[in-house]
Design a protein around this ligand. Structure first.
Ligand code: G1P
Length: 276
């Protein structure tokens, strides 16, 4: 039912300089797989097979990653190394990819609006590849698609964070409907702890209904002078319904050095075959 997933990947990744000087931060690997591949796999496993990227200068490697590399394919044909390409081949065979450029960085809301021509008039997922989510059961996007079928409105994934960290996130307040589900009544982008309406922080997984584009168009620049998706979602919540879902799983903030190293260690322990 939801077929498209949007990836805002135009950001510079300055926290990883100099590594990201000429390289996309989304191509940084956790163990042996780039962050963006974890994101696309998560979407594909949730049935979102049309991948739409809002990209920018220095991000060509993302397009190349999801394209065929004839030279490499013929070089390793028949060797044991082929298994390392299995997942990316699978993604390539089962998904379609579209790209558009965001020439100027004007915030996450603006990035999502830039993707409108690739999405059109249908509900869609958004994944911020910086937030790597590892789950035991269904991936987070699949959990959210299940909820969308029930509620048919925009949904944000949330998790509890220490109150002193609210400045890093969009923070929600709402009516608790179930242990893991809230109907949003307030949302603030990167509040100081004393201004935060709760400690429930939005993480980089969204399902958005297409009317969000009009809300974004009517959203003036907010925190940091940027057009914030959080502000557009608050307007949508006030006029209709937005849900916040405490997902099942573990999230790593791979946009920070600490989270990146933590994710690397975790994934190495969990997924790596020690005999390799
Ligand atoms: C963005 C959103 C913020 C959200 C966060 C999740 O912020 O604006 O609401 O909590 O992603 O990672 P960014 O991390 O891009 O500054």
């Amino acid at each position: 039912m939801i077929k498209k997933c949007l990836y805002p990947v135009a950001g510079y990744g300055t926290r990883f300089l100099p590594a990201t000087k000429s390289m996309a931060k989304e191509m940084l690997p956790i163990v042996d797989k780039p962050l963006i591949q974890y994101a696309v796999k998560e979407a594909m496993d949730a049935g979102l097979i049309q991948q739409a990227f809002v990209t920018g200068r220095t991000k060509r490697s993302i397009e190349d990653h999801f394209d065929i590399s004839y030279e490499l394919e013929s070089e390793i044909k028949g060797s044991a190394k082929e298994t390392q390409l299995q997942e990316i081949r699978d993604i390539r065979d089962n998904c379609v990819f579209t790209y558009t450029r965001q020439p100027e960085m004007k915030g996450l809301g603006h990035a999502i609006l830039t993707g409108e021509p690739m999405i059109g008039d249908e509900p869609f997922g958004v994944i911020l590849a910086d937030d790597l989510c590892i789950t035991e059961g269904d991936p987070v996007m699949a959990q959210m698609v299940g909820l969308y079928k029930q509620f048919r409105c925009s949904i944000v994934a949330i998790e509890e964070v220490p109150k002193e960290e609210t400045r890093k996130y969009g923070v929600i307040a709402g009516t608790q409907l179930q242990e893991d589900l809230f109907k949003v009544s307030d949302m603030v982008e990167k509040p100081a702890p004393e201004d935060a309406p709760s400690n429930l922080a939005i993480i980089g997984r969204y399902i958005l209904t297409p009317d969000i584009f009009d809300y974004i168009r009517n959203t003036p620049p907010g925190t940091n002078g940027e057009v914030q998706i959080t502000d557009a979602l608050l307007a949508q919540a006030r006029n209709g319904c937005v849900m916040a879902y405490k997902f099942k799983g573990k999230r790593f903030d791979c946009g920070s050095l600490h989270g990146f190293v933590e994710a690397t260690n975790y994934c190495y322990e969990k997924f790596h075959d020690p005999s390799e």
